[in-house]
Design a protein around this ligand. Structure first.
Ligand code: FES
Length: 146
């Protein structure tokens, strides 16, 4: 009987790491929510970032999708923990696919994980830029009130 999936896929699928959710409104949390047009599967990947160092201190995911997508997101949450945000932006879906020995038809599943981590970093940065501009704007407003 041919083995369809690599044992790492089976491992991450049957025992996914870091399944869960963080509070989306937490200023230290970045949320990436992406969908695969090819199959309609959806992946939510979240990171918790340390403001000072820009380091990802925690990550979690929820994936409504196939086994390869679940395994890909599980792997990525492990890879990003303890890394700098800039570092994880260079994670390529091909690395994930290689690690899991995904067949070509399952490449888009690993793409979902690459897109999700990028989206999570972007979300965090957007939030942070917004809160910075509020902090900067606050003294101006106070001065105007006075
Ligand atoms: Fe679409 Fe795997 S089949 S994410």
């Amino acid at each position: 009987k041919p083995r369809m999936y690599h044992e790492r896929v089976v491992d991450h699928y049957s025992n996914p790491r870091n399944v869960g959710s963080f509070d989306k409104k937490d200023p230290n949390v970045g949320t990436g929510l992406v969908g695969a047009p090819a199959c309609g599967d959806v992946m939510k990947l979240q990171i918790r970032v340390d403001d000072e160092s820009g380091k990802i201190v925690d990550a979690c995911f929820k994936t409504f999708g196939c086994g390869s997508a679940i395994a890909s997101s599980s792997v990525v949450t492990e890879w990003v923990k303890g890394k700098q945000m800039e570092e994880v932006l260079s994670i390529k879906n091909t690395e994930i696919a290689k690690h899991l020995s995904l067949p070509p038809v399952k490449l888009h599943c690993s793409m979902l994980a690459e897109d999700a981590i990028k989206a999570a970093v972007k979300d965090y940065e957007t939030k942070r830029a917004k809160s910075n501009s509020i902090e900067e704007a606050a003294p101006v407003k106070k001065a105007a009130d006075a």
